[in-house]
Write a protein that binds this ligand. Structure first.
Ligand code: HSE
Length: 426
């Protein structure tokens, strides 16, 4: 095969290094499938990293212009992460007529609309399969293989760090701080874990998924976000007792009140396909017509992510060799409203510390009944102190605003000493 498509790689970290390896190790099958050989022409890294790449026989530069102004480079892979510089580099690449592949969820979730406009204007492809779920194919399946469907629900375990932590808390009965330290020691959680444990990473991913699934732009700011920092071993143990597992769930639903899009910990029925997704693995479950239900499962981060990046590159190369470019533009044809979080509907788990005396349960039921929250089941548990017991209740489905009112009312009830936690039940 004589023809070659040359690419510029921005960043040579974990995923970048893996992209270099995959292009080398799978070069023959890639050439067959792309209908051309694919070669890295240049790699943009920091000045201090250049020598290391040269020693490994790889090209390297610290000057982006070397890539932008190289007419041989047809595709740029952006793997530097972050927002400002990455966005600027992506736009410049497209303005120079280069197709772009990125794994950058932050940029896509915040500036997808703008980037698609630049791609359209410059008649180039902008692909981002790796931005959600690492190696798991979900963007292209939604845009292509599932495009006959009306998707009504998309649920994801899309953050490996928190899923690892919740899995460990559940297996070992360990508390949040202990598993966070262990996850950091293993390299699964960053020194500053805020983006993961506070749900922001997952929020960016569900913004991207919901935009594609419902054909309407959803940005990071539209997502209601709650992380896992308040989850305790006690909550996890009650969940198990009641037939649930605790998961950080990214939710996108097409409802009559708009797109319900949020990230929050949930009690997930242990029979749900996502309930058995453990450790750093990610999965995305969706429901639609006519497919009914489907789930995509796999590694959500790290070296396997090169699978998604290189597959996007091959997709573009196929188009280039067949003269069919710019096939996957923006698919947000509508502007649906976002359902305010107060209007979203769930069952809830509420764990309380209450006085251990006759009539308390009745008082609680009446109080929350006054704000239209009704009880589905009640578990009374061990005495915490001599005159107090822990009470766990599961409510019927209610609007979130009613639960906030119920929380307020319970706080003002003299028989309620403490509200430990309130968690949605899926
Ligand atoms: N920090 C993410 C996770 C991986 O824990 O899944 C990158 O998106």
């Amino acid at each position: 095969m004589d023809n070659v498509i040359k690419i510029g790689l921005l960043g040579a970290g974990t995923i970048g290094g893996s992209v270099i390896e995959v292009l080398k190790n799978n070069s023959d099958i890639i050439a067959e499938r792309a209908n051309t050989r694919i070669e890295i022409k240049n790699i943009l890294v920091l000045p201090r990293e250049i020598q290391k790449l040269h020693d490994a026989g790889l090209p390297a530069t610290d000057n982006y212009d070397d890539i932008l102004n190289d007419p041989e480079i047809k595709i740029v892979i952006e793997l530097i992460g972050g927002i400002k510089v990455a966005k600027d580099f992506i736009i410049k690449a497209m303005e120079h007529g280069k197709h772009v592949v990125t794994a950058n969820k932050d940029v896509v979730a915040q500036f997808g609309h703008e980037l698609f406009e630049v791609a359209d204007k410059n008649k180039v492809d902008f692909l981002f399969e790796a931005s959600v779920g690492g190696a798991i194919p979900i963007i292209m399946p939604l845009k292509r293989s599932l495009t006959a469907n009306k998707i009504t629900e998309i649920l994801g375990i899309v953050n490996g760090t928190t899923n690892y932590m919740l899995t460990k808390m559940s297996e070992l009965g360990a508390d949040y701080d202990t598993v966070l330290k262990e996850a950091q020691a293993k390299g699964y959680a960053e020194a500053n874990p805020a983006a993961d444990v506070e749900g922001k990473d997952a929020a960016r991913k569900i913004a991207i998924l919901a935009s594609i699934a419902f054909n309407s732009r959803v940005t990071f700011d539209d997502v209601s976000v709650e992380g896992i920092t308040k989850i305790t071993p006690e909550d996890i143990s009650y969940a198990a007792e009641l037939g649930y597992v605790v998961k950080l769930l990214a939710v996108g639903r097409d409802t009559d009140s708009g797109i319900d899009v949020r990230v929050n910990p949930v009690f997930l029925n242990k029979n749900h396909p996502l309930a058995s997704v453990n450790g750093v693995i990610n999965a995305i479950f969706l429901r639609g017509y006519p497919i009914d239900e489907a789930m995509f499962y796999g590694p959500g981060a790290g070296k396997p992510t090169a699978s998604a990046v290189v597959s996007d590159v091959i997709e573009i190369a196929r188009g280039l060799t067949r003269g069919a470019e710019s096939r996957f533009g923006c698919t947000c044809y509508h502007k649906h409203p976002i359902c305010p979080v107060e209007e979203t509907v769930s069952s809830y788990y509420i764990r309380l510390l209450v006085d251990d005396k006759p009539g308390v349960l009745g008082k609680i039921a009446t109080t929350i009944g006054e704000v239209n929250v009704s009880l589905k089941s009640v578990v009374q548990t061990k005495a915490e102190h001599e005159h107090q017991v822990e009470l766990v209740v599961i409510t019927h489905e209610v609007k979130h605003k009613n639960i906030l009112e119920a929380q307020n009312a319970l706080q003002n009830l003299s028989v309620v000493d403490k509200i430990y936690n309130i968690i949605r039940v899926e």
